[in-house]
Design a protein around this ligand. Structure first.
Ligand code: PHE
Length: 341
């Protein structure tokens, strides 16, 4: 009987279906039993040779089997799909409670830190910030600052020259001239920037370093203004209790010239290695702008006077943080730099 054959096929199909383990095998199963040329359709094709009595019975048996197999395959598909999903979910599991990887956050360089403090100290006193070129003319770096060719002061700076007239600035002082060429008094500026000297480097000398130039020109500016401004700066930077000392010094573009020292931060003035047992630490050079420098930029020294100063933020940072070697600043050793985070 065909009905028996159909029943046998159904049993076989269901057993095979239970054995399928993935969606590819399921597809093959579907083609084999339910496909256009599948076993089930095979029975329908054979129906031409049946008697009119048998035909509807066989047709019904085929339809019943078809329904059973379709329901079974739908169920099996669901089962395998959710099993596959389960596998991916377990494999790709993310534990959202795990702590994240720490992000490395940088911080400003210790010189930048000191740099900003110096700028704040002077802008609070009414100074403005200006800038000038690092590749400079001999004219601005020396000549206009009262340092003519052959002047012994030129040997004080071991200069990197590009040519006879072009060089890397050895100090920020050329900006005194550059500013006063453009701006007539009142002038109150500070000029930060890199400077270069052809130094054999050691613990206190670098061939590249920073400077801050300061310049104030107006009517009736006196040495007392210079003293007050720089003492206020030194105390803001190093503590209100600091003692300050001004002594004569020589720079061709100031008259009189001075240097400013503070009492030693480390030994409080008693004497130690840092202050070379003098009790004092020199922090900057300064003076009253030389009348010839004013004349060079067409400012009448009878009417106007001014003071100028120059300081190295590396030295300031060394004193502030007890750093004993200037070369540390630009060596980029993270163990050094991280101390100033
Ligand atoms: N330019 C001087 C130096 O490099 C410092 C200085 C600036 C001195 C201004 C006096 C006035 O040491």
């Amino acid at each position: 009987m065909i009905q028996d054959q159909i029943a046998e096929m159904e049993r076989r199909a269901l057993a095979e279906l239970q054995a399928t383990s993935d969606l590819v095998a399921l597809d093959e199963w579907r083609i084999k039993y339910l496909g256009k040329k599948g076993e089930l359709t095979g029975f329908l094709r054979g129906m031409g040779g049946l008697s009119p009595v048998e035909r509807p019975l066989v047709g019904q048996a085929v339809n019943t089997a078809k329904n059973i197999l379709e329901t079974a395959v739908a169920e099996r598909t669901e089962r395998l799909k959710s099993a596959a999903l389960e596998v991916t979910l377990t494999r790709d599991k993310v534990d959202v409670t795990l702590p994240g990887r720490p992000v490395q956050v940088g911080h400003v360089h210790v010189i930048t830190k000191v740099f900003r403090e110096i700028i704040e100290a002077f802008t609070a006193m009414g100074f403005q910030v200006a800038e000038g070129p690092e590749v400079e003319l001999d004219y601005y770096n020396f000549q206009q600052l009262n340092i003519p060719p052959g002047h012994p002061a030129r040997s004080m700076h071991d200069t990197f020259y590009f040519s006879e007239s072009v060089l890397l600035r050895t100090h920020t002082s050329p900006n005194q001239i550059r500013v006063m060429e453009k701006q007539k008094p009142p002038v109150r500026i500070i000029v930060p920037g890199k400077c270069y000297r052809s130094e054999a480097t050691d613990a206190t000398h670098e061939f590249m370093f920073m400077q801050f130039e300061g310049l104030a020109v107006d009517r009736d500016i006196t040495l007392a203004d210079l003293r007050g401004t720089l003492a206020a700066f030194a105390r803001r930077m190093f503590g209100e209790e600091r003692k300050v000392r001004f002594r004569c010094d020589y720079f061709p573009y100031v008259e009189p010239g001075v240097d400013l020292s503070i009492d030693c931060l480390i030994c409080q003035g008693v004497g130690c290695r840092a202050c070379k047992y003098s009790g004092w630490l020199e922090i900057l050079g300064a003076g009253m702008v030389h009348p010839q420098v004013l004349r060079n930029v067409d400012i009448d020294p009878q009417k106007y006077s001014g003071f100028a100063f120059g300081m190295g933020p590396e030295r300031i940072a060394m004193l502030k943080y007890s750093i004993d070697d200037i070369r540390q600043f630009y060596r980029n050793d993270l163990r050094f730099l991280r101390q100033f985070a």
